[in-house]
Design a protein around this ligand. Sequence first.
Ligand code: SF4
Ligand code: SF4
Length: 394
Amino acid sequence: MKLLSKYKVEEYAIDAHKCLRCGFCVTLCPIHAHSKWESESPRGRMLLIRGMLEGELKTNLTIRDRMFECTLCGYCKYRCPAGVRTIDAYKAIRHRLDELNLSPEPVNILEDYLAESGNIFNHPKEARIEWIDYMDFANFIKKVNKPAEIVYFTGCSTVLSGRAMSIAAATASLLNYLGLDWTLLGENEKCCGNPLLLSGKLKHVEALAKHNIETIEKLGASIVVTSCPGCYKVLKSEYPEIVGKFDFEVLHITQLLEQALDDGKLKFKNKIEAKIAYHDPCELGRLMNVFDPPRKIIENIPGAKLVEFIYNRNLAQCCGAGGLMKATFPNIALNQAIVKLTEAHDIEAKILVSACQTCKLNMMDAASERNDEIEIADVTELVAKALGIFEANI
Ligand code: SF4
Ligand code: SF4
């Protein structure tokens, strides 16, 4: 597995040395912004890694926590003038910590769940299609694990979290609206493996990847579409390094919708007259360079006015939930999402839209915590509503 070499922390000794201590990476690190501790800044983490590699620091639980108090948002890597591969080094040190049996307990539990049942909640495999009944969508799902041109790879959290299922329903409605020949994998879909790749726990990654690729290939699909940026990143850029080449294209739903828009296939029926802030999910934007499609789609909805966060696109601030933060340090995730809500109000947004179920859930938690009535939606839900084909609670 070619990917394994990226998880050898010794490979990043050169990065730890290259760090100029300039602090460019510190300015917008969402974690350092809250704590102000140098050891919770990207620069500080690189210094800790250097200390560990040079034998000056003994690995302990505090250092372990510093390596997991990071959303792996990629801002620091993008910003670094010296080309320090920060997030790759953090994932590699997480792998080393796992080899030393020092992974945080929530991460160990996640690994057990994925090994046992192939999903992040350890539900029976049948649970992956229960959303269809919960959403009363049986009439809209024509194929489950049947040959089709397109596979909709839902990912775990979209179909197993009650508040995110409407994203699966909206996506299904959009694929139907476009008249596409598509299928779910249903019970045969397993987690893409992203939680394991983020936590450096690699034992089961290859088996999950092989299972998903084989299942997709058996159905003869030429395109896999995801609504989850994490699945998109893993299938598109990490599976080839784990299992080699495969024969289908991987698209995020916003890319498919952009194409439909360009082809004149989106005929909006409903106006959505509101200022809409678009939050770039880290794994879709900065880490995969998909910035324009969601913006273009929102701008074309009648009545909608796209407003930008002060820091957007490559400088966008994480919602706080990335890098497994929601599992390991949920309060940090929540506090950062509260910051995002404040910033959305600063630009007078009435609807806060993302293109990721995890961002949506985390920002909903923040809204609930603050009794904030801002509407929070996924871009699929917004488009489906404007087309008049599906109405989520937005
Ligand atoms: S990846 Fe994001 S959260 Fe982690 S150190 Fe870099 S800027 Fe901070
Ligand atoms: S931006 Fe790069 S060189 Fe500067 S302190 Fe951060 S990691 Fe070091």
